[in-house]
Design a protein around this ligand. Sequence first.
Ligand SMILES: [Zn+2]
Length: 355
Amino acid sequence: MEMNLRKNFLNALQGKPVDRVPALSVTQTGTWKLMEMTDTSWPEAHSDPEKMAALALAGHEIAGLEAVRYPYCLTVLAEALGCEVRMGTKSIQPSVLSHPFSKGPEGLKVPEDLLERGRIPALLEATEILAARTGKGKGKGNEIGKETGKGEVPLIAGMEGPLAVFSHLAEIKSSLIWMIKKPDYVARFMETCTEVCTEYANALLDHGADAICMPDGGIVATRMMPPSILEDSVKPFYKEFCKKLNGPKILHICGDVGGSLKTLSECGFDAISIEEKVSIKAAKAAIGDRARVIGNIAPSSTLLFGTPEHVKAEAKQCLSDGVDILAPGCGIAPMTPLANMRAIVEARDEWYEER
Ligand SMILES: [Zn+2]
């Protein structure tokens, strides 16, 4: 490779020439095997910056993925805004227990001390540790580039998007009902949640993240949200978020979102990460050159339950279909075998050799 992994990734996000299509994960990478090998574990790795960083680095150093991706949950902003969070177990991710705005947006505003709330200081500290250990800055342990000879490694920060924060604050049922009956409520929630997401995302970028990945809009794929709501109540806020962000941003959307991809690609995201329920070819056709396509090796049927050969066959098909960044279609399941994670990069290399 001529470029270091960071440059190769950033080029891929912008649709510029790459040495090889990057092979990595923009969704969660914490597995039992990596926890065992790094002496870390959930739930501690959701709050302890050193453990969070060590487990994230393992995705690159041990599993070979061409990026470091952290954290492992989607509850940081909900918690900072007052939701009670259950931290889960070694195999269950944190979840939101209480919904402080289930009656409406009364009293909802961006906290002045947002960046000091909940686990946000821990996340910013983990970002600094990881920025140093992925070859940026002068922090301790800045050896990764020298050891691998690959230079800087991209650092991808995951975070909830405005729709996810909204549905946590209000509870999913209320948020769906209000989308139909109380558009003024939805606008107030989305405005505040977008401001919160923007401030937090820019703080992550300031502290050394190379890109933001925002898994959001799971309800877009449930068919409970009419296309007009996506267009009128979500898109303007996604556009606002993208406009104000000081770095690359990736939208991850779960489920069968084929029909919404055109609208989503008009918001300003550099790339959209999709599940295997949408084919790469169909996604490329819907998105055009407005954004790059990331995906979509099946995380459950293939990565968790398949063999390295299954992973490679699916990965090579994604590459042949023109995927811009090769990745799992969603978060990697904690019990995923290490050999299957490693097969992602191996498949990419074989695909180039076989051409
Ligand atoms: Zn997903």
